[in-house]
Design a protein around this ligand. Structure first.
Ligand code: PGA
Length: 248
């Protein structure tokens, strides 16, 4: 069984004061070591603040996006090397909100994954179908297509990635995939990874989409669910801590 990873995705939320209170509470709750890996993916302007707050604790720092470019004339972008300078260990890649609102394609996601890996940052590659795609019976085809692009470009080091299955219809909606629905897709992803890597069983597959204190334990009990990517519930220390406890 893989060591579980619980990653909080703050999205575009937070403030210096709120981050301080939240991260201090999380660090205090985790103690010096944790039975599962825990990370928070914070907005870029807060990387330095949160880097300082998590120093010496098991709480890992994450970012929410990375440029596909190395450096240069890309106004507004943040490079993998810059993230690395702030001690970033994980970066979300291809979150559905990036795909939906920023036109990120499967190829962009594959290149961003490559950038992160080349810089020693673990990419958390997000895949997931929309409600229309699920209703049309395309769930498997969609997530397989999204993951295939990433495998195609990163096959040699695909065992270094984390994959997050996040059904778009479950994100921020309060509708969670049932543990069975999630496990079904995770098994598909695991099989696809197995065809690409002898180490596929060690690749952590996270579930995301309205994971909360009440449903985390059941989801995390599924054989191919190795953790969670948690949005809304990661903004409240008590809720996030209950999810972490469910993973331990
Ligand atoms: P949610 O978000 O937990 O608020 O549904 C998850 C995500 O978008 O990563």
């Amino acid at each position: 069984m893989n060591k579980k990873l619980i990653a909080g995705n703050w999205k575009m939320n937070g403030s210096l004061a709120a981050n301080d209170a939240l991260v201090r509470a999380l660090v205090a709750g985790l103690g010096v070591q944790s039975a599962c890996d825990v990370a928070v993916a914070v907005p870029a302007p807060y990387l330095a603040q949160v880097q300082a707050l998590v120093a010496g604790s098991p709480l890992a720092l994450g970012a929410q996006d990375v440029s596909q470019h190395e450096s240069g004339a890309y106004t507004g972008e943040v490079s993998a090397v810059m993230l690395r300078e702030f001690g970033v260990r994980y970066v979300l890649v291809g979150h559905s909100e990036r795909r939906q609102y920023h036109g990120e394609t499967d190829v962009h996601v594959a290149v961003k994954t490559q950038r992160a890996l080349a810089t020693g940052i673990t990419p958390i590659v997000c895949v997931g179908e929309t409600l229309a795609e699920r209703e049309a019976g395309q769930t498997e085809a969609v997530v397989r297509r999204q993951l295939a692009a990433v495998i195609h470009l990163n096959g040699h080091c695909i065992s270094e990635v984390v994959v997050a299955y996040e059904p778009v219809w479950a994100i921020g909606t309060g509708k969670t995939a049932s543990p069975e629905q999630a496990q079904q897709v995770h098994a598909v992803l695991r099989a696809q990874l197995a065809a690409a890597s002898p180490r596929a069983s060690t690749i952590r597959l996270l579930y995301g989409g309205s994971m909360n204190a009440a449903n985390a334990a059941q989801l995390l009990a599924q054989p191919d669910i190795d953790g969670g990517l948690v949005g809304g519930a990661s903004l409240k220390a008590a809720d996030f801590q209950q999810i972490i406890a469910a993973a331990q």
